[in-house]
Design a protein around this ligand. Structure first.
Ligand SMILES: [Zn+2]
Length: 343
């Protein structure tokens, strides 16, 4: 089985966008928000939005299952207050649940959380619990910067995050570190902001005892780990200078990297620097980079092609494609059994 652990619903029915625009405008103008009941998204619209997009690419590329979450750049935690974020998160998560119910063999859910600037992360525990226990989701996207580009939240090693981590551990779900759309003009959302946040969180955890205190906590750092694998020597050297433990022992029981690196040399580097047990297959299609690489004639985000070309054993590739995901997402295998039985 080939499990793509990083996919977002980026082709949602049009009415979702209408609702969000109205909700955003109402939050800005402090006027009445649109009614949730006004949202009209039929099953047929959902099917159409996937059949010619994510499902088509799954079939063409030969991947089986996508761990699927709401559009990351659309989470918009900085928009409105906590109640706006909660309503929007519930709507987006419920939509992912409908996708998984329509295509139980192709998608499994991961939720966005109702984070909001200045609001304690523990306030997201209820929506996480709802998504896991009622909707069958297996993970969450956790935003280290709900401000949308100003990085003024406490580091993810701050104790304000701990109650949410305790809930994640209790539910046996990992988080993917994932910021949302950027409103700081100095950064491009997918070109720099995402990668900056990925790299930032890795350094935060180096400087902490987070995983000593939470040995069962699991973070997936997407986009190939930001700049981390390329600068592995810098991070190891910094840790050594600060008399911190070797990074493998310090972090690699808890930190995992996905393969959303859109060229072969980058993928080779990732697989050479990071142990195979810490790499999860992912493409983030249909996402940031949608074009065809003229140098290869294939889509940049067709990451399976790069994995195929790595000089790794079949067993190691099976870990990247499937085995590691089943380990990291503790509820994945049981949920898959449930969804396959429902199909
Ligand atoms: Zn993403």
């Amino acid at each position: 089985m080939i499990i793509d652990c990083h996919g977002h619903y980026t082709t949602e029915p049009a009415d979702l966008k209408r609702f969000r625009q109205e909700q955003t405008k109402a939050a800005q103008n402090k006027t009445a928000p649109p009614l949730r009941a006004s949202l009209k998204m039929s099953d047929d619209e959902i099917r159409d939005s996937l059949e010619c997009a994510q499902l088509k690419l799954q079939r063409e590329r030969g991947t089986d299952l996508t761990i699927f979450s709401p559009r990351a750049s659309g989470m918009g935690h900085h928009i409105g207050d906590e109640s706006v974020s909660l309503e929007w998160s519930q709507i987006c998560n419920d939509l992912i649940h409908r996708v998984c119910a329509l295509y139980p063999q192709n998608f499994i859910g991961v939720c966005q959380l109702p984070q909001s600037p200045g609001v304690p992360p523990k306030n997201s525990a209820a929506e996480l619990t709802r998504c896991v226990t009622e909707l069958g989701f297996v993970g969450c996207n956790l935003n280290p910067d709900p401000s949308g580009g100003y990085f003024n939240a406490p580091p993810m090693t701050d104790k304000s995050w701990f109650p949410l981590y305790e809930k994640m551990i209790e539910l046996d779900v990992p988080c993917m570190i994932h910021v949302s759309g950027c409103c700081n003009p100095a950064m491009h959302t997918t070109g720099s902001y995402y990668l900056n946040a990925d790299t930032m969180v890795f350094m935060q955890v180096i400087l902490s005892d987070l995983f000593k205190n939470f040995p069962k906590l699991k973070f997936i750092i997407p986009h190939g780990g930001g700049a981390v694998p390329f600068h592995w020597g810098r991070f190891r050297g910094l840790a050594q200078d600060m008399k911190l433990p070797d990074l493998r022992a310090h972090l690699l029981k808890n930190i995992f990297f996905d393969t959303c690196v859109y060229h072969l040399p980058g993928q080779e580097l990732l697989a050479r620097v990071i142990p195979v047990d810490n790499i999860l297959f992912a493409s983030e299609m249909i996402g940031a980079v949608r074009g065809i690489d003229p140098e290869t004639g294939h889509h940049f985000d067709d990451t399976k092609r790069y994995i195929e070309q790595l000089s790794l054993s079949t067993e190691d590739k099976a870990k990247i494609y499937e085995g590691n995901a089943r380990q990291v997402y503790g509820r994945l295998s049981a949920q898959l059994d449930k969804q396959f039985a429902a199909a």
